[in-house]
Write a new protein. Structure first.
Lengths: 288, 411
């Protein structure tokens, strides 16, 4: 696999495109407008610059990475790709539309993957020509630094599609792939959002300060960030949305979002992206 | 006898075709950007104009096929038929502890090279692709592998072990391997020849200083110690590599700057050395230019580079309890008279007397730059790793032709 398509250049699309290009792959990105494409590319450049500051990349490596990212306004430009990863917003109807088009466009051997963290791969595959080649590849933000990918098998996903996807993840981009059967929140989102929700409960009950809750988990259990800072970094709105979806799908009270979480989202305190959440952050996203 | 020498990288193949009757180069060239639809093949046949082609070359097998086509091409070619190529020699970066010398390629040899992927994750897999590509195109032509590490396999345990828990050596073979072995071996032998003395009685310090740089103590013709270690990061300060630093800096920086292991590794390999200190370039020519124009940081970078190199020369004189010759080779060693002058003028206590005029004279020949009567000879010997690979390949092919049973015994 040498040519990879990415549909959507939002946060996840940017991260995935950057990571693929860094691994030497030719990346073809599609967004609806030239403006969105340019904006996405600008964010990728900013992200690369940040990595240069951390000595992870050199200027010439940055240039090389950028030459591997090709921008397109039309999904038809992806017909020659070996694998296409869809990263548009979590809207089932929109995703179905994308997969319907890709299904018509691409030959049977082209793997069509969705980065969805919650929607049903089986349902998306249902509207796609040759549904056996549809699979879920759930990358975690920030894509360049997190080396785990959940590989989600829908009901129709073929063994061959799974094997080829796993080989791609482990050999071409050197990440670890785990097999997950379709289920709301898969493994990562389900476990981490439950932990975050419980941390918000502990905080709002006044059991411990936000700082101490995070310190306990960082120092005590080797987390890089504590659960509250993690929530700030994911975006409290995203955490709330994931919890609400799991609460609805499983019907289990343990997923019911903490009241404080809901309040903070209503107040627009979404974490790193707004500069404040459980903690405060500067423009670079560093804790103040 | 014609021998093709191949140096295969992950997305490139460099080649030279030798006529071993007079060790002349019939053609040289390279394929770059393998895997892309805009791969570049450049081919320089002897006495004919250079050829450059841009085309889709998706794998090493296609790359080798295109090279062979050009070598026998009516207009750009240098030989009539691919059958005139008697053998192929490959450069292999890491031979681990398995290979002390060049060997004929057999399935067992290929397996051993594969087992060394962990030690050279960027290089050895590409070399195997090169070997397989030659096999696919020329199934009956014998191949020989020549290792960058092989020359240093003569090092004694006291030189190659690190003073850390022995389990790490036993479990993971963590030890000093050294690199540029083919070059250190070539220039030390050439030096002995130039001096007209048997190499067995000489103590030579060879300085291979180019993009990567290493120093070797060649005692009686064998490598007694070398500055690169488990990886090519140890030893001298280089263009963008730090060389020796206090290993405690690594965890300290990880904590202070909140870096990952990969970031620190990239910092030490790509953001250090001349580039880090000068802030302008990793290229010695640009450093010297800037220094002469009064740039203080460039001056500091130059001084550190020279100082660290000189310390190694002194250390190896001590290691061998003597020194008969210092050899400079590779890009900087062959071309930077400024660096050679500074190093040598600070080694007078060892008995080095530099001939400043000879040192400044440009040449691509083997030459002496020390004064007549200098206690230590200082030589500049242009390195030629490809020729060394061709010679080893030739010797092995000739000896297996005379003793065919050895072909079976190489594993």
């Amino acid at each position: 696999m040498k040519k990879i398509g990415v549909v959507g250049l939002g946060t996840m699309g940017q991260g995935i495109a950057e990571m693929l290009a860094h691994n030497g792959l030719e990346v073809h990105v599609v967004e609806q407008t030239q403006e969105k494409l340019e904006q996405g590319l600008e964010y990728i450049e900013m992200s690369l610059d940040k990595r240069i500051e951390k000595w992870a990349l050199t200027q010439s490596e940055k240039k090389l990475i950028l030459t591997r990212i090709h921008l397109h306004e039309h999904i038809q430009n992806l017909s020659k790709c070996d694998l296409i990863i869809e990263t548009i917003s979590e809207d089932l109807e929109a995703k179905k539309e994308v997969f319907r088009s890709l299904g018509e466009l691409c030959e049977e051997h082209v793997i069509l993957a969705s980065n969805s963290s919650t929607l049903s791969i089986t349902e998306i595959a249902g509207v796609t020509k040759f549904p056996g080649r549809v699979i879920g590849l759930h990358f975690i933000h920030p894509v360049s630094n997190i080396d785990i990918v959940e590989i989600i098998r829908g009901l129709q996903t073929s063994d061959e599609t799974f094997q080829r996807s796993k080989a791609f993840i482990e050999e071409h981009i050197s990440k670890k792939g785990i097999l997950v059967y379709e289920s709301p929140g898969y493994v990562t989102t389900r476990l981490i959002c439950t932990l975050i929700n419980e941390a918000v409960h502990v905080y709002s009950e006044g059991v411990a300060s936000a700082e101490d809750i995070d310190t306990a988990m960082r120092v005590g259990y080797g987390f890089k960030h504590g659960p509250l800072e993690m929530a700030d970094r994911f975006g409290l709105d995203a955490v709330l949305a994931a919890l609400e979806r799991m609460f609805r799908d499983y019907g289990d009270l343990k997923y019911r979002p903490a009241v404080l979480l809901r309040k903070m989202v209503r107040a627009g305190q979404l974490g790193v992206k707004t500069g404040n959440g459980f903690f405060t952050y500067d423009e670079d996203g560093d804790r103040m | 006898m014609k021998i093709l020498v191949i140096n295969a990288g992950s997305s490139s193949v460099k080649y030279q075709l030798f006529d071993m009757h007079n060790e002349s180069v019939l053609a040289a060239g390279k394929v770059e950007r393998i895997g892309m639809d805009t791969a570049i093949l450049s081919h320089e046949p002897y006495n004919k104009p250079e050829v450059r082609e841009v085309s889709e070359i998706l794998d090493h097998t296609t790359a080798i096929r295109k090279v062979l086509n050009l070598i026998v091409h009516k207009e750009h070619g240098v030989i009539d038929s691919v059958n005139d190529i008697h053998a192929v020699g490959h450069r292999i970066v890491h031979g681990g502890e398995s290979f002390h010398e060049s060997v004929l390629v057999t399935p067992a040899v290929k397996n051993k090279i594969k087992q060394l992927f962990d030690l050279a994750p960027l290089h050895n897999p590409a070399h195997i692709m090169g070997i397989n590509a030659v096999e696919a195109n020329m199934p009956d032509v014998p191949q020989v592998v020549v290792f960058d590490t092989a020359f240093h396999q003569t090092m004694d345990r006291k030189s190659f072990l690190y003073p850390i828990p022995m389990q790490l050596y036993n479990r993971h073979k963590i030890r000093k391997y050294g690199f540029h072995g083919t070059s250190h071996m070539y220039v030390s032998r050439q030096a002995a020849k130039y001096m007209g003395r048997p190499i067995e009685e000489l103590k030579i310090v060879t300085c291979h200083i180019g993009n990567g740089a290493s120093v070797t103590a060649v005692d009686g013709g064998i490598s007694a110690d070398t500055s690169m270690g488990l990886t090519p990061l140890e030893g001298l300060m280089m263009g963008t590599r730090s060389g020796d630093i206090d290993p405690a800096i690594v965890p300290y920086v990880i904590g202070k700057e909140d870096l990952t292991i990969q970031e620190v590794s990239s910092m030490l390999n790509k953001h250090s050395g001349l580039f880090a200190i000068s802030g302008i370039s990793s290229d010695m020519r640009e450093i010297v230019e800037a220094m002469e124009a009064g740039n203080e940081n460039a001056k500091l970078a130059f001084e550190m580079y020279e100082y660290r190199l000189r310390k190694y020369i002194g250390a190896y004189a001590a290691a061998m309890n003597g020194i008969d010759a210092i050899v400079f080779t590779a890009g900087i060693g062959e071309n930077s008279w400024q660096l050679r002058e500074r190093v040598c003028s600070n080694l007078t206590y060892l008995g080095v007397e530099l001939d400043r005029e000879a040192n400044r004279t440009r040449s691509d020949k083997d030459r002496r730059i020390s004064k007549e009567g200098s206690k230590v000879d200082v030589l500049v010997i242009p390195t030629n790793e490809e020729l060394m690979i061709a010679r080893d390949t030739f010797d092995i092919i000739v000896s297996t032709a005379t003793h065919p049973q050895e072909m079976e015994e190489t594993d």
